[in-house]
Design a protein around this ligand. Structure first.
Ligand SMILES: C[S@@+](CC[C@H](N)C(=O)[O-])C[C@H]1O[C@@H](n2cnc3c(N)ncnc32)[C@H](O)[C@@H]1O
Length: 299
């Protein structure tokens, strides 16, 4: 089955992601202290454990888009790691940052604006994070912000006009039937399993992965999602076009956005099932219901 990649608007014009990503920036700012704490308390920098014979500290930002948020997050992470090395009296490593996103992401804008004073070697890694992207045990820190709510694809049954789970008249699972919510939840579980299996190979033992993503409160159903209210005007505009006969009802009924905001309980169950990671923290940012699981690759 084909992946459905949707990339952000490139360049630095009025409608670009670079000029319209303040919401994500605020979330990342809230998460900064939590990331510093996780690195200070949980990152294993014992050279016998992580990447022996190498003084390279590999960091990946998965779903980095075009900036500027990724520059700020990479700087924060590196500062925290430097502090940790200094506090242990260890020689500082060389940092290599891998910026990952879909092939069609505007990597040119990303690289053109890399901070001149950066303390790392930068490289682009195009491709889907639902597959392997890096050599075995080559990373010590993986970060991903506001990207994992993008599913590999919308669950096929919600766009199947012959299925009982067909999501008629909606763009995604908000306010939809229980079956539609379940289909999205199952797709998220499947995608997250692929994501974790790939990262289990790539993260060095003792390495950390911090994920910041849109979610919903524990104890609520998918249909009560707080994700994507900005898509409701799009949904009602499409319905108007259907009513005016400009697009067909079947076309509207078979289209669904591949986005999903899980609860903390769902994430916990998937990580536990995977068995390669220990959850070191699983925090809900109350300001915007974002979830921040931080996991550690088992030694
Ligand atoms: C909302 S942007 C977040 C960008 C940045 N992390 C931030 O916090 O500002 C989500 C990004 O995730 C990327 N993305 C979504 N699914 C992906 C996948 N399977 N593999 C790689 N990147 C993906 C999108 O292309 C997009 O650039």
């Amino acid at each position: 089955m084909q992946e459905e990649p949707y990339v952000m608007v490139g360049g630095d014009g009025q409608y670009s992601y670079a000029k319209n990503s303040n919401l994500q920036r605020v979330g990342a700012d809230h998460a900064k202290t939590l990331i510093i704490e996780a690195i200070t308390e949980n990152l294993d920098i014992d050279e016998n454990v992580s990447c022996p014979n190498s003084n390279i500290f590999g960091i990946a930002d998965l779903g980095c888009s075009v900036g500027p948020n990724t520059y700020v997050s990479m700087k924060n992470i590196i500062e925290a790691v430097v502090q940790k090395y200094k506090s242990k009296g260890r020689n500082l490593p060389e940092f290599q940052v891998f910026f990952n996103d879909h092939v069609s992401n505007d990597f040119n804008t990303l690289f053109a604006n890399l901070p001149a004073d950066r303390q790392y070697f930068g490289a682009g890694v195009p491709g889907s994070f639902y597959h392997r992207l890096f050599p075995k045990a080559s990373l010590k820190f993986v970060y991903s912000a506001y990207a994992l709510h993008w599913l590999f694809r919308a669950p096929p049954e919600v766009g199947d006009l012959d299925s009982a789970s067909c999501n008629r008249g909606r763009l995604y699972y908000r306010n939809a039937t229980k079956e539609v919510g379940q289909a999205y939840s199952a797709q998220f579980e499947k995608d997250m399993e692929s994501f974790l299996s790939a990262r289990a190979e790539e993260l060095a033992p003792g390495g950390l992965m911090a994920i910041l993503m849109s979610g919903r409160k524990d104890g609520t159903l998918p249909r009560q999602s707080s994700i994507g209210p900005q898509d409701l005007p799009l949904e009602s505009s499409l319905l108007d076009l259907v009513n005016e006969g400009i697009i067909s009802k079947d076309k509207m009924d078979s289209f669904n956005l591949p986005i999903y905001g899980p609860s903390a309980e769902e994430i916990k169950a998937i990580v536990v099932k995977n068995e390669h990671f220990d959850i070191v923290r699983l925090i809900t940012l109350t300001s915007n219901s974002s979830l921040m699981p931080t996991v550690r690759r088992g030694v």
